[in-house]
Design a protein around this ligand. Structure first.
Ligand code: NAD
Length: 495
């Protein structure tokens, strides 16, 4: 196991373009400091627009003329299984890189890498299940075929909160479908994606099939969005970035997959196992320091149990171990950076100034070298405050009471987002009704944040477009082509 310690000097990564490792055309370098320690841990090139164009050219050639899309799914699967084995072999090393760059606890980071191995293996197996349809019921004259074909070159733009796992929910499915890719990881957390490029190379992925260009979203990402040579772009990030993608696609009508923000509710009914619910709500809001797109940030709780439930939840939140990401006992690490921490704290301050009552947390905690915020619970939050409407992306939960089931669902759906919802009740009928009525791409009943490669994910409303993972995650990167085949002598139109 790689020792989970701070490096003596930042680890240097290179980009991967057309099967070669490169510093790119420029000299600009990005340095990332560990948000839990304030120590520089990694460096990579700040890719230029020319680097992005070179990567697109390589992916285009690999798709238009290379072997990858022309291999059988079984042959593609072999390479993907090999990638999974290599990730598994290097899981501790990848986990450490992820921990140092994101600020998440080392045990969690290692768990995410192991989870990613499972996703790569699922996608490798699922590659062979991709099939079309035959329509043999159109009369004796015609037989129709519905073919599924890989879309082509896919741009993959990823965020900083789960850099390796979110890529695993997309890239192996893209490759299973027979597409090629240019990946643009988040500016500050590119290390595991650049290291993955080395493993893809080692696994024997043909030249140009995957390219990784580190750098700014406004430079490298924008080139991917604007390019006519890219057939689809998958963006996981904020709703603001999603809007930029939609604006750019107006120019070339490329397909977009968008996984964006959320303002996710926990619905806690009075008949729930309140102890389990309190634990689940605590986990859902504080996991990854609240920087989780599907994490709960609104607690919609039945009024008759609200005070008791809030007290139980606060007691649990005060016992969450927040601190050094390298400590094996840490449950919640640092926020992404100082500016983000200040933004989270300003949402809390704004809420309190507007009249909200702080039940626990509310400020920084732990070492001043890192950006740690104590899990924060607020009640009596006035309607319309940003705390209730905007995605905060920190360990902050606002409490909203309800009296009837209808009101609970109405409050849950009173947001522009539709990413996830968690329902806590011991009444099966109530759970199923709420599950059907809540507007969210992912719903949990008496649990939260469960996932697996078999199940699709994505958002409703302004939380996104399209679905990743599951069999839908391969279909997402395919085009449907219909063929009608005449089987009879032609009845002439011009006789
Ligand atoms: P972000 O939108 O700032 O950045 C995401 C990516 O987009 C980065 O790689 C960035 O460089 C790139 N980007 C920025 N501007 C761009 C532009 N003009 N053109 C092309 N690319 C550009 O998001 P973030 O702060 O890195 O991540 C947090 C956000 O991601 C949150 O809103 C969170 O909810 C969302 N998220 C959603 C999901 C999901 O599955 N729905 C998963 C994880 C994170």
């Amino acid at each position: 196991m790689t020792a989970a310690t701070l490096p003596r000097e930042p680890r240097r990564f290179r980009m991967y373009i057309d099967g070669r490792f490169t510093d790119g055309s420029g000299t600009a370098v990005m340095t990332r400091s560990s948000p839990g320690h304030g120590v520089p841990v990694a460096q990579w090139p700040s890719g230029s627009a020319e680097d992005a164009q070179a990567a697109i050219g390589a992916a285009r050639a690999a798709f238009d003329r290379g072997p990858w899309p022309r291999l059988s799914a079984g042959e593609r699967a072999k390479v993907l299984f090999k990638v999974a084995d290599l990730i598994e072999r290097h899981a501790d090393e990848l986990g450490l890189i992820e921990c140092l760059e994101t600020g998440k606890p080392i045990t969690q980071a290692r768990g995410e890498i192991r989870g990613a191995v499972d996703v790569w293996r699922f996608a490798a197996g699922a590659a062979r299940s991709m099939a079309g349809e035959t329509l043999n019921n159109l009369g004796e004259r015609v037989l129709a075929l519905v073919l599924r074909e890989p879309i082509g070159v896919i741009g993959v733009i990823t965020p900083w909160n789960f850099p390796f796992f979110i890529l695993a929910e997309r890239l192996p499915f893209i490759l299973a479908a027979g597409c090629t890719a240019v990946v643009k990881p988040a500016e500050a957390t590119s290390g595991t994606t650049l290291r993955l490029a080395e493993l893809l190379h080692e696994a024997g992925l043909p030249q140009g099939v995957v390219n990784v260009v580190s750098g700014r979203g406004s430079v490298v990402g924008q080139v991917l969005l604007d390019s006519d040579r890219v057939d689809m772009v998958s963006v996981t990030g904020s709703t603001a970035t999603g809007r930029k993608a939609i604006a750019a696609s107006a120019g070339n009508i490329k397909k977009l997959g968008l996984e964006l923000g959320g303002k996710n509710p926990h619905l806690v009914f009075a008949d729930a196992n309140l102890d389990d619910a309190a634990d689940g709500v605590a986990f859902g809001m504080a996991f990854n320091a609240g920087q989780c797109c599907v994490g709960g940030s609104r607690l919609v709780v039945q009024r008759s149990v609200m005070d008791a439930f809030v007290a139980r939840l606060a007691e649990k939140l005060q016992r969450v171990r927040v601190g050094d990401p390298l400590d094996e006992r840490t449950q919640v690490g640092a926020l992404f950076d100082g500016a983000h921490m200040d933004k989270v704290l300003s949402y809390i301050d704004g809420g309190v100034k507007a009249g909200a009552r702080l039940v626990c947390g509310g400020g920084r905690t732990g070492s001043r070298e890192g950006f740690f915020v104590a899990p924060t619970l607020l009640t009596d939050v006035p309607a319309g405050t940003p705390l209730l409407r905007e995605e905060i992306f920190g360990p902050v939960l606002a409490v909203l009471p309800f009296d009837s089931d209808e009101e609970a669902v109405a409050i849950a759906n009173d947001t522009e987002f539709g990413l996830s919802a968690s329902i806590w009740t011991s009444d099966l009928t109530r759970a199923l009704r709420a599950m059907r009525e809540v507007q969210a791409g992912r719903v949990w009943v008496n649990t939260t944040l469960d996932n697996g490669p078999e199940t699709p994910l994505g958002g409703m409303k302004q939380s996104g477009l399209g679905r990743d993972a599951g069999l839908a995650g391969i279909e997402e990167y395919t085009e449907v082509k219909t063929a009608h085949i005449n089987l009879q002598p032609r009845t002439h139109w011009v006789s």
